[in-house]
Write a protein that binds this ligand. Structure first.
Ligand code: ADP
Ligand code: ASP
Ligand code: MG
Length: 405
């Protein structure tokens, strides 16, 4: 029997009516003679609501307690989805992350999956049941509930597809697939029929929240080909797979904007070997992911370091850096949350020149100032004012002729 892993995101299971619709879709696929493992997210908005409540009672809640709280969002939808299936005569059983054998490391709120023991799932599949698994959560070796970072249900689905050796993996969301830019921001964005893992990874890690970046990394590592498609219609989606030669003919595949980064400036830090190491080791030890980094040439024995971190981590970054700077003999920290990162991504950049120049020129013509710049083999990113971010995405999209004709 063909085995399919499906994942339904927050909007797809946004209320009881949507959950009933999803149950109907699952039933139809099962009736065609497929085995199904279905990962569901919390209802749209629930994870944010839970986070807001946590903030309302404590400014810096512990990771363990946050995970205890956040995990309940998905626990509601697994049970309701299984019930909805039972209600239309489909045998189904819900699993929390722990019950599904999803073992993670110990890093609360952004845990990594270490192994999956799929034996219990296999048993229920063999018994003819549809297995509904809570996305975004797992259990660590101490038996504590963990969560996999925002958007983590994508990772649950991809990892389960690898673990149960699924024939197909389908990620159902509220748009028809992966577009050349966020279709809610760039109206002229086009749906892509396919995209390489590397491009999807760069777009995802640059702010295209259609896929969680860690999930794409995992898919690439384990060769899980997956399709992103809509749960609101039956249109074909976007296939995400290994790069093939003809993909390089396109220089820019897509544009992404990340509004969830903040800029941190560490100024007047002692300019000596080991200063940067100390700053970034301190951040790494606090599990804070640093993105763009720029260091100015030192003058009069001091230097400035500028970098970006996820907005939710800014307070923690400042807190851990203050004592580290004291140890180094001085330095001041300031931050700017009103920034955004604009990125253009495409495997064709490896073989075509002039992409950076074209991007900078288009932004200059629109009067958009560039702060930091960073590049990889297939990506160019710039930091700009938060207020101009959406406009910049449209400018870049048009400059690289991605607009639908
Ligand atoms: P889900 O709850 O199904 O996981 P998300 O909200 O996490 O859905 O992701 C889907 C959203 O991603 C879309 O509604 C869209 O606005 C946004 N998005 C951002 N960039 C892109 C892109 N390049 N292609 C498609 N959607 C994108
Ligand atoms: N509910 C979680 C979130 O909102 C996980 C997910 O939806 O993928 O981030
Ligand atoms: Mg998502």
């Amino acid at each position: 029997m063909p085995r399919i892993v499906q994942k339904y995101g927050g909007t797809s299971v946004g209320d009881v009516e949507r959950i009933k619709k999803v149950a109907e879709r699952i039933k139809a696929v099962r009736d065609e003679g497929n085995e199904l493992v279905v990962v569901v997210s919390a209802r749209a908005g629930v994870t944010n609501e839970l986070l807001a409540r946590a903030q309302a009672v404590c400014t810096l809640p512990s990771g363990r307690e946050l995970d205890q709280l956040l995990a309940i969002g998905e626990q509601e939808t697994i049970a309701l989805t299984a019930m909805a299936l039972n209600g239309i005569g489909v045998p189904a059983v819900s699993y929390t992350g722990a019950q599904a054998g999803i073992f993670t490391d110990r890093v609360h709120t952004k845990a990594k999956i270490k192994t999956i023991n799929s034996k219990p799932i296999e048993k229920d599949l063999a018994a003819g049941k549809v297995v509904i698994v809570a996305g975004f959560q797992g259990i660590n070796e101490e038996g504590q509930t963990t969560t996999l970072g925002r958007g983590g249900s994508d990772l649950s689905a991809i990892a389960l597809a690898a673990a149960v050796k699924a024939d197909r993996c389908e990620i159902y969301t509220d748009v028809d697939g992966v577009y050349t830019a966020d279709p809610r921001v760039v109206k002229s964005a086009r749906k892509l029929d396919e995209i390489s893992y590397d491009e999807m990874l760069e777009l995802a890690s640059s702010g295209s929240k259609v896929m969680q970046s860690r999930s794409v990394e995992f898919a690439k590592k384990y060769g899980v080909v997956f399709e992103v498609r809509s749960s609101f219609n039956h249109n074909p989606g976007t296939i995400v797979k290994e790069e093939v030669a003809y993909m390089e003919q396109v220089v820019v595949r897509g544009v992404a904007v990340d509004k969830d980064q903040a800029k941190v400036l560490v100024s007047n830090i002692v300019d000596k070997p080991g200063s940067a190491a100390k700053v970034f080791r301190t951040l790494a030890d606090a599990n804070i992911i640093v993105d763009m980094i720029v260091q100015n040439v030192g003058r009069q024995g001091v230097a400035n370091l500028t970098f970006t971190v996820p907005k939710p981590d800014v307070a923690a970054a400042v807190r851990v850096l203050e004592p580290a700077l004291k140890e180094l003999g001085g330095g001041e920290i300031s931050m700017d949350p009103k920034i955004a990162k604009l990125s253009v991504v495409g495997v064709g950049m490896k073989t075509h020149s002039g992409t950076a120049a074209n991007l900078f020129q288009a932004l200059a013509q629109a009067g958009i100032n560039i702060g930091l710049i960073s590049t990889s083999e297939i990506k160019i990113s710039v930091v700009i004012d938060l207020d101009r971010a959406d406009e910049a995405a449209r400018v870049a999209h048009a400059a690289f002729k991605l607009d639908a004709s």
